[in-house]
Design a protein around this ligand. Structure first.
Ligand code: ADP
Ligand code: MG
Length: 620
């Protein structure tokens, strides 16, 4: 019974208000998902209780069965769902149903709005409960926490700015959510409709579900079954259930082992990468079980961080129910399970790549960023991860990807180095000066379009005994073409020295290039571990970052007419020659993707253009 005097009216946190506003006015028609969200909350609560009751004296109390009971009543237009799970105290009701703690909330809300309120995403962002307001004009929750001595509590709201809480007597353990349906959603008070929804969405709930006292689901943990006994659509349903997702899993990895460790696991690679949408870093998606009892949801320790995109279950009867991070023994056991699962998962990806390069390529486009992250941070798996990386290259068709292994096969047994060039796009790399010498020699070069690619390749350092070298740092030379005119060694030497003197510390060295044919000049890196695209990023973070700081060498092409003319101009018109030398460096920097100071460059260009115009009219 509610004691009227103790009813407290509370305001929703601003983010919740915004979310409710979108949910209530969503044009999205698939409103039935609220059933799945409430069932999934009931199931979570039961799993939490089940685990606690096994490890915590405070919880070992009654013999109330672990189950979910749904009641539909057309007469009163209500849908209610009752679980005998862990329950909530009044403080927990306020905390859990009045605020959102998730870090990506702001971008999630923006995305939700943009998509016209595609609320299917809601469950993946820890706000599934609020979907009840899509169909309900009023939602009430009564709950009693399983913690000994807790008082019952109730929560209710019509989804506008506030909600009411009060204490309630005479409740037994668990939670009941009652939705008073809106006029146009009375279909959810129809038990037949609800039964079919439960069959569709909630087959994998590990507790009995009753609808108007009729038992609906079969409880059967999929991961304990034989692979050959599981149908593809069961995997898909299970994936949707545990990931709160609505898409198809991209890959399903079902793995069992019994020695030296007992492991039963199903890992899913989702259809799409949620982090790509700007929702912030995702929480891990794999739950830890011991003999079908969940001991930890979204476990942080069972998989490496870069595998946070995987969803699923790892069950091991070797794990204690009461796992402790402080215990050396538990930690070492977790590490052994981790090692086994990750090793097999990487092997699985390798096999998938063999089976279908296209399907793997699609996976890589979506999730490759995680493999790269692993490659950069996870020493233990770096080598295997490197084998899973894919790049475009000068030998692939646009949009097609190649592995380091395939690169080596093409390069030949006795090749010693693997080359890569970074640039914003294939086109810009192909038309730039860096590829010239490689093209000429028919040497393949990997393309790195993103800084993380540069970073990972540089970090890797070598692969299968071959050094990985940035094209900017590579020691490349073209066979000199005896037919082309070029500056003599003496002239070239004088010119280099003069340019160097003129540019002062803008470059560390000026020298004659052996790698250019069509371009007059190029910037190359003096150190293997430093590429212009990494400098580009540092520049974008800090405008004053002195990117040249002695790391870059300007190479000039002494057969190019511009450079040959410059040698003469230096003695005739030293001012103009100086302007040209500065501009040559700026151009080479721009081609390397580095920023130049635009004001000074434009000013200089005016002078150079004046000289060019005057010269053609004979007045310069
Ligand atoms: P999520 O389930 O992803 O955390 P929800 O919006 O569905 O997000 O639920 C918010 C929180 O409210 C849950 O994390 C849980 O703590 C609490 N909660 C919701 N339903 C129940 C329930 N039936 N029993 C116990 N706690 C619940
Ligand atoms: Mg939920």
């Amino acid at each position: 019974m509610t004691d009227k005097k103790t009813v407290k009216t509370m305001e929703f946190q601003a983010e919740v208000r915004q979310l409710l506003d979108i949910v209530i006015h969503s044009l999205y028609t698939d409103r039935e998902i609220f059933v799945r969200e409430l069932v999934s909350n009931a199931s979570d609560a039961l799993e939490k209780f089940q685990h606690q009751s096994l490890v915590n004296e405070e919880f070992r109390s009654s013999d109330i069965p672990l189950e979910i009971r749904i009641k539909c009543d057309k007469e009163s237009r209500t849908f209610s769902i009752c679980d005998t799970g862990i329950g909530m105290t009044m403080e927990e009701l306020i905390e859990n149903l009045g605020t959102i703690a998730h870090s990506g909330t702001a971008s999630f809300l923006a995305k939700l709005k943009e998509s016209g309120g595609d609320v299917r995403l809601i469950g993946q962002f820890g706000v599934g409960f609020y979907s009840a307001f899509m169909v309900g004009e009023h939602v009430s929750v009564s709950s009693k926490s399983a913690v000994k001595g807790s008082k019952g509590a109730s929560w209710e709201s019509d989804g506008s700015g506030t909600y009411q809480v009060s204490h309630l007597a005479d409740l037994s353990r668990g939670t009941t959510v009652t939705v008073k349906l809106k006029n146009d959603h009375e279909e959810f008070a129809d038990s037949e409709k609800i039964k079919s929804l439960i069959k569709k969405y909630s087959n994998f709930v590990p507790f009995p579900i009753f609808v108007n006292d009729e038992r609906i689901n079969i409880v059967e943990p999929l991961w304990t079954k034989n692979k050959s006994d599981v149908r593809d659509d069961s995997y898909t349903e299970f994936y949707r259930f545990i990931a709160n997702a609505h898409d198809e899993p991209r890959f399903v990895f079902h793995f069992t082992a019994d020695a030296p460790l007992d492991i039963k696991s199903i890992l899913f690679v989702p259809g799409s990468n949620m982090e790509k949408f700007g929702f912030g870093r995702q929480d891990p998606g794999v739950n830890l079980y011991c003999r079908k009892v969940m001991i930890e949801q979204h476990s942080r320790d069972i998989l490496p961080e870069w595998l946070r995109f995987a969803k699923g279950v790892i069950d091991s009867e070797d794990l204690p129910l009461n796992i402790s991070r402080e215990s050396m023994q538990d930690r070492s056991l977790m590490n052994r399970i981790k090692k086994a699962v990750v090793g097999r998962f990487l092997k699985f990806l390798e096999d998938e790549a063999q089976k279908s390069a296209d399907k793997y390529g699609e996976f890589f486009r979506e999730f490759g960023v995680f493999l790269k992250e692993g490659c950069a941070n996870d020493m233990e798996h770096r080598k295997d991860l490197a084998g899973l990386l894919r790049f475009e290259s000068s030998s692939t068709e646009p949009g097609k990807l190649t592995s380091l292994k395939e690169y080596i096969t093409r390069a030949g047994e006795d090749s010693k180095e693997i080359y890569f060039i970074s640039g914003p796009s294939r086109q810009s790399i192909e038309s730039g000066p860096y590829l010239e010498a490689f093209k000429d020699k028919g040497t393949e070069v990997l393309f790195s379009f993103e800084v993380i690619d540069d970073f990972v390749l540089t970090q890797l350092g070598d692969y299968d005994g071959r050094k990985i070298v940035s094209a900017e740092a590579a020691d490349m030379s073209l066979e000199p073409d005896p037919g082309t005119e070029r500056l003599s060694d003496g002239e070239a030497d004088l010119l280099c020295r003069w340019i160097q003197e003129h540019l002062k510390d803008r470059v560390s060295e000026v020298r004659v290039s052996k790698r250019l044919r069509d371009n007059p000049a190029i910037i190359v890196s003096r150190e293997a571990g430093s590429t212009s695209s990494m400098h580009r990023v540092m520049q974008s973070m800090n405008k004053d970052f002195n990117f040249l700081s002695g790391l870059y060498v300007l190479e000039i092409n002494t057969s190019h007419p511009l450079i040959r003319d410059l040698a003469g101009l230096r003695t005739e018109n030293i001012d103009l020659a100086g302007l040209l030398a500065d501009q040559i460096l700026d151009n080479a920097q721009i081609v390397a993707g580095l920023l130049v100071e635009p004001r000074a460059m434009v000013e200089r260009m005016w002078h150079i253009m004046r000289a060019a115009a005057g010269r053609d009219r004979g007045t310069a």
